[in-house]
Design a protein. Structure first.
Length: 167
């Protein structure tokens, strides 16, 4: 970038940067105000619609919203109950807890859960290793028993030296 050579060029450069920043901030402000105007218009439209409704329609709408909230909460509670029941049944059968997320168990009816748990247990046990999980071969020592006594080793070395020297 080339630096300005005169004071007028410097003033022009500063003025251009200030103008550019001002335009940028104005655009940002206008965007925020447009968002607020749209929100205000939507709220006003909803208020006008509600003002046009009768008291009975408002009551019906409120009851409908409450029913939807209650149904959602009931569905969440049922899912939690089913998850805890599945966890108990899996623990009772000795199965890992991650089977709570098995789709067969989640979609099973309440009466069929025990049957599906038994199927899952059968499949799980089929994947487990059969028999001993380590070698059953017993290692035995071959040859003479090794000696660890240092006195015996010194005596053997001493005997060998006596024989070699001829005494």
């Amino acid at each position: 970038m080339e630096l300005p050579k005169t004071e007028q060029e410097l003033n022009d450069l500063i003025e251009a940067k200030v103008q550019e920043k001002a335009e940028q901030l104005t655009a940002q402000h206008n965007g925020q105000m447009a968002t607020l105007r749209k929100k205000y218009d939507d709220d006003l439209k909803k208020a006008k619609e509600q003002a046009g409704l009768t008291a009975e329609q408002l009551a019906q709408e409120k009851v409908k919203e409450e029913n939807e909230a209650r149904d959602k909460e009931l569905a969440e509670l049922r899912a939690y109950k089913k998850s805890s029941v599945l966890g108990e049944k899996l623990a009772k059968e000795g199965l890992p807890s991650y089977f709570k997320n098995d789709q067969r168990l989640l979609s099973a009816e309440d009466g069929d859960i025990d049957k599906v748990v038994k199927e899952v247990k059968k499949e799980y046990e089929a994947t487990l290793p059969k028999g001993a999980t380590h070698s059953t071969v017993v290692q035995t020592a071959q040859g003479p028993k090794p000696t660890n006594s240092t006195a015996e080793i010194y005596n053997a070395v001493g005997d060998a030296l006596r024989n070699a020297l001829g005494k």
